[in-house]
Design a binder for this molecule. Structure first.
Ligand code: BV8
Length: 251
């Protein structure tokens, strides 16, 4: 009698092949072991602010310098961070399965640095800035003489982080692609997210109601934990373990 695998139920593994449609939705928790603070964890505070108070158009209008200081603080941490085994394992899954995609809420760029390319980025990129006048997007370069606030290289207007703030619409094309992926998944992995921020948090239920097997990797409970196969482990341990179980199931 073959022992039940540690992570993915045998009933799921016995049906996978290289064409199985697998989607991974990732949140800040997948980058925690890279040393990047999560949003709502104990280390989620910056000075006296919380992320929800700074990641808004109102905060930027009120005090764009403080918002830029927060993003430069995060860029500094992210710049020193590297993809961890969970990011690398997802990049490996993309090589094993022709219908493997990642939908990420993260803005840190670590999936791309790990080699993932089939990526749906819902909330933008901390390494990009956008001109508030022209809307042009450029790499997020330092401001004049290292000032944290960058100005548009072509028109000189103020630039903002090219990130989706609370109260702002997500990029329509990325959001539509994420709905399509959720509806068309055989296996939907949910890795390192509190599943509190919408519309991203709606994706696992969309996948589940469309018939996907829902697998959650999170050391803590989340609103999904009751209906998902909940792996109560850190992503850096569990995701490489899931990769190995997928690999052996493919033979
Ligand atoms: C919008 C960029 C409408 C900023 C972010 C219903 C429908 C639509 C909207 C809403 C709705 N209800 C409420 C809203 C409004 C709001 C919302 O959802 N609010 C929440 C707080 C209730 N949503 C919005 O405002 C969205 N906009 O809908 O606009 C609209 C439509 C048309 C026209 C105009 C407007 C925009 C949301 C995007 C906000 N921007 N990020 C930045 O990064 O600076 S969201 C932010 O939260 C991050 O992107 C983050 O990824 C995301 C979710 O958080 P998590 O990733 O889950 O991180 P968190 O810290 O919460 O959790 C970490 C988890 O990891 C924990 O569970 C922990 O246990 C686990 N973990 C820890 N260590 C590990 C681990 N797991 C594994 N391994 C480990 N080692």
């Amino acid at each position: 009698m073959k022992a039940e695998p540690k992570y993915i139920p045998q009933s799921i593994l016995s049906h996978i092949d290289k064409d199985t449609r697998i989607t991974a939705l990732t949140g800040a928790g997948i980058s925690a072991e890279s040393g990047i603070p999560t949003f709502r964890g104990k280390d989620g505070l910056w000075k006296k602010f919380r992320a929800e108070e700074l990641a808004t158009p109102e905060a930027f209008r009120k005090d764009h310098r403080t918002v830029w200081e927060w993003y430069r603080f995060r860029q500094d941490i992210i710049g020193k961070a590297s993809p961890n085994p969970a990011h690398h394992a997802l990049a490996e899954m993309e090589k094993l399965f022709c219908n493997f995609h990642i939908i990420t809420q993260n803005v840190d760029g670590l999936h791309r640095r790990a080699g993932s390319s089939r990526l749906c980025c819902l909330h933008g990129d901390i390494w990009e800035a956008r001109c508030i006048r022209e809307g042009t997007v450029t790499a997020c370069l330092p401001g004049k003489d290292g000032d944290p606030v960058p100005l548009c290289p072509s028109c000189g207007a103020l630039m903002r982080p090219n990130i989706v703030w609370f109260g702002e619409a997500l990029p329509a094309d990325e959001l539509e692609k994420s709905y399509r992926l959720a509806r068309g998944s055989d296996i939907f992995l949910v890795i390192g997210t509190s599943s509190l921020v919408y519309p991203a948090a709606a994706l696992p239920m969309i996948a589940y109601q469309a018939g996907a097997a829902l697998i959650e990797v999170n050391p803590d409970e989340s609103p999904l934990s009751e209906i998902a196969v909940h792996i109560k482990e850190k992503a850096g341990t569990a995701v490489p373990g899931i990769l190995e179980e997928f690999r052996s199931a493919l033979g």
